[in-house]
Design a protein around this ligand. Structure first.
Ligand SMILES: [Zn+2]
Length: 181
């Protein structure tokens, strides 16, 4: 995985890019949470489940089906998230799916079971620039700092750069008054 909180940059950036009229603050917060949720599967190590098992780390919880199920739960909770059901479904499914897609860009561990349960194959992208984060090791070790630098380069800066660009464009386009919702 990239470091767990690096996954939360994607929903945050998307929220900044689209604005609070489109994505409510509660929906952003939920998106940040679900973008990290697939890695709760590291509990599998404590339970003695092998990494390569379908319920091991980067297994079922890193699938597109899991992302869709999270989106559906979000749709049920849409009134509480102050959004529409479709928006909750799409945003939360995307945020959850962004997690295994980022993991697939890392240079270590096993790939992600993106197509579970139809395929148990662990998938990696052919281009993997992100240094894999050590599981359970200190972030302030030499390797931890190298990982953070790699994530800054390949996730934080590009994603937040695009978000700020979109935010600027939206502000320019939204200079005229808009109808209050
Ligand atoms: Zn992961």
């Amino acid at each position: 995985m990239p470091t767990i909180f690096t996954h939360a940059v994607v929903p945050l950036a998307l929220g900044v890019a689209l604005g609070r009229r489109a994505i409510s603050p509660r929906l952003i917060a939920a998106g940040m949470f679900v973008s990290m949720a697939p890695d709760f599967d590291t509990v599998a190590f404590r339970l003695g489940i092998a990494y390569a098992d379908q319920f091991g780390h980067r297994g079922a919880s890193h699938s597109l089906l899991f992302a869709l199920m999270i989106g559906m739960l979000g749709a049920i909770a849409a009134p509480w998230l102050r959004t529409t059901r479709w928006r909750a479904l799409l945003f939360l499914s995307f945020c959850t799916a962004s997690h295994p897609l980022l993991d697939a860009l890392t240079n270590g561990g096993l790939g992600v079971a993106l197509l579970w349960p139809w395929s148990h194959e662990r998938i990696f992208a052919s281009w993997r620039p992100i240094a894999v984060s050590p599981i359970g090791a200190g972030f302030f070790s030499q390797r931890g700092l190298a990982v953070l630098w790699s994530e800054l380069q390949w996730v934080w800066l590009p994603v937040l750069g695009i978000a700020c660009g979109a935010w600027g464009l939206r502000r320019r386009a939204g200079g005229r008054p808009t109808i209050a919702s």
